[in-house]
Design a protein around this ligand. Structure first.
Ligand SMILES: N[C@@H](CCC(=O)N[C@@H](CS)C(=O)NCC(=O)O)C(=O)O
Length: 207
């Protein structure tokens, strides 16, 4: 049985959404760091770095949200969520995954850290301002790349759509404006029922 360790709306949503897109059976364990779950033996056995998301699939343990999404798509997707390896579509998919994780998520998470996640004494207004500048620049490039309709690879929904749409949800949560094509893209991709099912399951288990 697959087990996901997560926190609702965190990067674990990328994984719960993927699990639901693939219609897999999975269990969920809410990790409440404030209650000491970061030191829980079962969780640490899956991810000794004590970060979510973490996934156990049989004997295999994996951390890093993008790696987990890609692993699940490769192992269980049967052609869904990923383009055929070695094609131009696959190259574009690689580009998107890299761009989302390195260029968009990094400044966005720096914004999040200096807005609410870091202890107050460590939050720096100047870091926040630089990260905002970097994020806006990266978002403008993404805006020029996203299509007016459909998904990143055209009609075909893929793992990169899950990563980008979740990152854009975070932008909104962190009160960052994003350009109009990205707003429309985020809204049509997050309207997929599997996203809501994944989120609902995480929320239900955390109450
Ligand atoms: N690069 C990792 C980041 C994982 C991460 O930092 N997760 C956060 C929650 S979204 C966390 O567990 N923070 C707890 C901590 O850093 O102690 C990924 O994509 O999974």
């Amino acid at each position: 049985m697959i087990k996901l360790f997560g926190i609702p709306r965190s990067r674990s949503l990328r994984v719960s959404w993927t699990l639901e897109e693939l219609q897999l059976d999975w269990q969920y364990r809410h990790i409440n760091f404030a209650n000491g779950d970061g030191k829980d033996a079962e969780f640490l056995a899956v991810n000794p770095c004590a970060k979510v998301p973490a996934l156990r699939d049989g004997d295999m343990c994996l951390s890093e949200s993008a790696a987990i999404v890609l692993y699940l798509a490769e192992k269980y997707g049967d052609g869904a969520l990923l383009p055929v390896p070695g094609t131009a579509e696959a190259a574009t998919h690689h580009k998107w995954v890299s761009y989302i994780i390195s260029e968009l998520e990094q400044p966005l998470w720096t914004i999040g850290k200096h807005k609410f996640a870091l202890p107050e004494a460590l939050r720096q207004q100047s870091m926040f301002a630089v990260a905002k500048w970097e994020f806006d620049k990266a978002a403008a490039i993404a805006e020029s790349w996203v299509p007016e309709s459909g998904y990143l690879l055209g009609e075909r929904f893929s793992a990169a759509d899950i990563l980008l749409a979740h990152t854009l949800l975070w932008a909104t949560r962190f009160e960052q404006d994003i350009p109009p094509k990205l707003v429309a893209y985020r809204d049509r991709v997050t309207a997929r029922p599997a996203m809501q099912r994944g989120l609902d399951k995480e929320i239900a288990a955390s109450q």
